[in-house]
Design a protein around this ligand. Structure first.
Ligand SMILES: [Zn+2]
Length: 83
């Protein structure tokens, strides 16, 4: 019985590791295909400070009152915070 549990635990760990590396590989392959469209479309967010639109992947984010606010740069974030 103990052996069976050990096999199950091992299989579970293996499954986790495979899942982790599959995600990593998918991310790497996606970054190797610039501008191909594909299934990954970056969501655009509006910078409330300068009004420009930024891809959510490249935006600087700030959590305020439980809501994520996105900026095009650290400078805009600092301006937003009144620094
Ligand atoms: Zn900005």
């Amino acid at each position: 019985m103990a052996l069976l549990l050990r096999i199950l635990a091992f299989a579970f760990l293996l499954w986790l590791v495979i899942g982790y590396f599959r995600n990593r590989l998918a991310g790497i392959f996606r970054s190797f295909k610039p501008g191909r469209g594909g299934d990954h479309v970056a969501e655009m967010v509006k910078d409330p400070v300068c009004g420009s639109y930024v891809a959510i992947d490249e935006a600087v984010s700030l959590k305020k009152d439980g809501i994520d606010v996105y900026f095009c740069s650290d400078r805009c974030l600092e301006k937003y915070e009144g620094r």
